[in-house]
Every structure is written in C-alpha cells, then in structure tokens.
Design a protein around this ligand. Structure first.
Ligand SMILES: [Zn+2]
Length: 499
C-alpha cells in the first residue's frame, strides 16, 4: 500500500493579536518544527502527535510511505495567505508527484482560518481530493477543538478526533484514523457518515475531559462504537473562531447510513442534554490569590495551581500578560512561580546582567493588547538557560522544546520563568529546566487553560481558574462575533460563577 503522509495544523483565534506566518510554522512553538520528506518519519519518533500514531500503524501494516510535509504553529490569529498557500501548495504538489497512491493520511487540527479562507482544512482537503481523484481514500486525524465543516466531512473517507482534553491521546487518534484507512485500502469499502452541529459553545476550561460533564460525554463514544459505529467523534470546537463553522460537532462513521445517523444523533443528544452541567467557578487575579491563601491555610501545603486561562498561548494568548504576576507580587506571597512569560528582551537582559545579579527589568506585557504594560521592577537573576528541554509529561509526551534564551527572575517570593520562544506551560519540565521545582512551590501560575492538568493535576493540591486580562476571554459570549451561524448560543445556559 502506497500512502502519502502530510500534516498542517493551526488553531485560529480570529480575535488574537498576531498572525501565523511561515516563521511560526518553521519554529513549531511547542509542536515539531516544520519538516519534510524522509526526515518527517524520524521527527515523529516518540512524540504524542497524530502523525506519530499513523507512522506506527504504517510500520506494522507494511505500508510504503511517501512523507510529504508536516507543519504546525502555535495558536494565534489567522494563518497568513503566504504561509497557507506555500504550505498547502507543497503538500498538494508532493501528493500529486508521489505517483499512484492507495491512500492519503492527513494530520490536521480542524480550526484553521487563513487570511483569505475561512475553512483552512476543508480547502486543503478539497485541493488534495482534486489531485488524487475520487477513488483514493483520505483519512484525517483532528483535534478535539476542530470546528468541522460540512465540506470537510463530504470530502474525506474517515475522520477521527481526539477524545481527551488535555490531549494525551493525539498519537492514539492518529493510529485510529490510520487503521480505518488500512481497512478501506484492503476492502475497498467506504463507510457511511453522518454529521450534526450542536447548539451552544462551551468555555475551553469547562471542556476538560477530566471534569464533568465532558468526561461522561467522551466515555459514551466508546459505547456508541460498541453498538456498531466504526468510529464516533465529538468535537468540542474552538470557540474563538469567528466563522460560520464555529462550534461543536458530532460525527459518526458506520457500515450503513442508518447506523451512522443513529450514532451521530446519540452523540448530539447527549451533548445537548449536558448543557446545564458545564459550569466553572472563576476568580479575578486578586481573589485567586486570596482563595489560594485560604486553601494553603487549610491544606498545609501546595501547590495550588492557578490557570491564567485568558492568556493561554494554546488558544491565541501571547503568554506575556502581567495581570497574574502583578497580583502575585501585590499579595506578597512566598514560594510562588509563574510561567511562561515570553519576553525575549528581558531574557537577553537577564543573560547580560548574569546569574546572581540584581537589576531593573521590564517584564512581560504585549504591545498588541490594550493596557498591557510590562511590570517594571528590581529582580534577582536566579538562574539562566539556553531554553532547550525535553517535555516528558503526558501532554507533550517527550517533545523537545527550544524556548530560546531563558531566565528565572525572583521578585521577593515570586519566581518568573522568562523565555524567548512561546510554548504552552503544560509540563513540569518547563519549570524544572530553569531550576524551579514545581512540587515545592505553594502557588504555581500557569499560562494554560486545560493542558496543564495532564502533568500538574497529579501534584496539585487544588486547581483554580483565574481571569486576568488577556486575548482569549474565558466566556465566548464576551467575544465580538459577527459571522457565526444564526442560532448558535455563545455559552451554556448556566450561571458562570465569577468570584
Ligand atoms: Zn485542542
């Protein structure tokens, strides 16, 4: 079986301050940096991404692989037209030039919007379909946050989404899609498919599959498959994407249309019935510090982990806002740490000052955000690093990260992990590499909404969600949408409790 492999991943927050150009795809930002040709196979060894799972299935099934190109960038505003066209063209021409193919495997996200195209993945698949023709099966692995279009479902033969958030099953999902592709190539049979769009958006911290009701909704997918669906997927959708396809989707594949329709309907109905269970208590930065102090007094030890969700770079944040840092300093807390603050100038200044030095710094802030100014303060340069580390927790799953010149600055009892490159704080190694032992802190503030749970929940005494100002509002109803499909509700019908 001759199978072409390609990947193109971006989660687009159409309201975020900066776009994704070719440089963002080249560096990867927490993903594998852009890679093409045979090197692609080596790059996905021992990491947790959809492509890794597909390659493992390919090996066991003896596929002849034609690796074309894989490119992923950290979430941000739109993919630039230049980046989309160049990457898409390289993928499409690589597949066209691959010779006769038995199948195509694509590792995609599902919420990519380019400057000139609303449905990034749908457009890519349309172009791939145009060169391989109607008979070659195309299988796709997608993120749980995909805003899946009808065009996309129409054009592919198998489509499987992650079932966990934090996404600890990315490689598993790629393997599932690849196994369905293997069956289609061997039998020549294409399953029937069904597609339903749901009626309301959910804030991303409330989507965690560690928590009710998402935990139960995702557990039910296995039951749907046990009753006869070949594959069942529930996409929570990425709520900060102002396009008509934004929102959750139920998708099922089965041997008959009736079975596919029934499976999709069951996923749809369960999601619709769960609306009043999506509820997350949130705190202002100041009240988050008060609540953390209260919990520490009761529990006797930390860490209390505070999710600085509105500046989560995994959802379009810049990982540089200072609202939580200011609250930490104001609370005069001890043994507290925050990361990552992405600020190349401060990282460079810390290296220039040298380890052990005390100096004036302007930490964080982002010129693209209103009222977001750096914290000007004296700080001690506690440690320095070149920013290279291997993130070994269940989310990154062994990915090598290059955070660039990095420093740990200490302001009183608050340690700030400053880096030059962006990546979501979702791994304890992202504190350890700069000398901060996360287990020994009383308070850890993480620039993440949910992925941090994979590696931090096992050590967290408590987890709370704070709403410091940032580019990704917790509640989707606060976003200035203009292009959603009519009737879509912007948040669940529950009182989101703000303390
Ligand atoms: Zn996701």
């Amino acid at each position: 079986m001759r199978v072409a492999l390609a990947g193109f991943l971006h989660e687009t927050n159409t309201f975020a301050p900066s776009k994704a150009g070719l440089e963002e795809f080249r560096s990867g930002g927490g993903y594998v940096p852009m890679v093409r040709g045979p090197e692609l196979l080596e790059a996905f060894r021992d990491v947790n991404l959809g492509m890794s799972g597909a390659i493992s299935v390919a090996k066991t099934q003896g596929w002849h692989l034609i690796p074309v190109l894989w490119a992923g960038a950290i979430p941000s505003a739109h993919v630039t037209q230049i980046a989309f066209e160049q990457i898409a063209e390289e993928i499409v021409s690589g597949i066209r030039d691959a010779g006769p193919l038995d199948g195509v495997f694509l590792d995609l996200h599902g919420a990519m919007v380019a400057e000139h195209i609303d449905d990034g993945e749908g457009e890519l698949v349309r172009r791939v379909r145009a060169v391989v023709g109607p008979k070659v099966p195309i299988a796709v692995a997608l993120d749980l946050h995909g805003n899946i279009s009808e065009q996309m479902v129409d054009l592919v033969d198998a489509l499987v989404g992650f079932r966990t958030y934090p996404h600890v099953d990315m490689a598993v999902t790629g393997a599932s899609a690849a196994r369905i592709l293997d069956d289609m190539m061997k039998t020549g049979i294409r399953p029937a498919k069904a597609y339903r769009k749901m009626s309301y958006l959910v804030p991303i911290p409330s989507q965690s599959t560690d928590l009710a009701p998402a935990k139960k909704l995702y557990a039910e997918l296995a039951a749907v498959e046990a009753e006869g669906a070949l594959s069942a997927s529930l996409f929570m959708g990425f709520p900060a994407t102002d396009t008509p396809d934004c929102g959750p989707t139920a998708i099922a594949f089965a041997n008959t249309q009736v079975a596919a329709d029934q499976a999709a309907e069951r996923i749809f109905a369960a999601y619709e019935a769960a609306e009043s269970d999506f509820n997350t208590v949130t705190y202002t930065p100041e009240n988050a510090m008060v609540e953390a102090a209260r919990l520490l007094a009761i529990e006797g030890r930390g860490p209390v982990v505070i999710a600085d969700t509105q500046d989560n770079p995994g959802a379009g944040g810049v990982s540089a806002t200072t609202g939580m840092l200011r609250a930490m300093i104001a609370a005069d807390t001890t043994d507290a740490a925050i990361g990552l603050i992405v600020d190349p100038a401060t990282a460079q200044a810390a290296h220039d000052a040298g380890q052990g030095a005390t100096a004036q710094f302007n930490i964080g802030g982002h010129p693209g955000l209103p009222d977001e100014v750096p914290v000007s303060t004296m700080a001690i340069v506690e440690s320095l690093s070149d920013g290279r580390l291997r993130a070994t927790g269940p989310y990154y799953g062994g990915t090598h990260l290059d955070l660039g010149l990095s420093a740990c600055l200490r302001i009183g009892g608050v340690r700030v992990v400053v880096t030059s490159q962006i990546a979501q704080m979702a791994d304890r190694e992202m504190f350890r590499f700069i000398g901060v032992a996360p287990e020994e802190q009383s308070i850890l503030v993480v620039k993440s909404s949910t992925h941090f749970r994979a590696d931090f929940a096992p050590i967290a005494r408590n987890i709370i969600v704070a709403l410091a100002p940032g580019p990704m509002p917790f509640n989707p109803s606060k976003l200035p949408f203009t292009r959603l499909r009519p009737g879509l509700r912007l948040s669940p019908n529950t009182n989101q409790d703000e303390k």
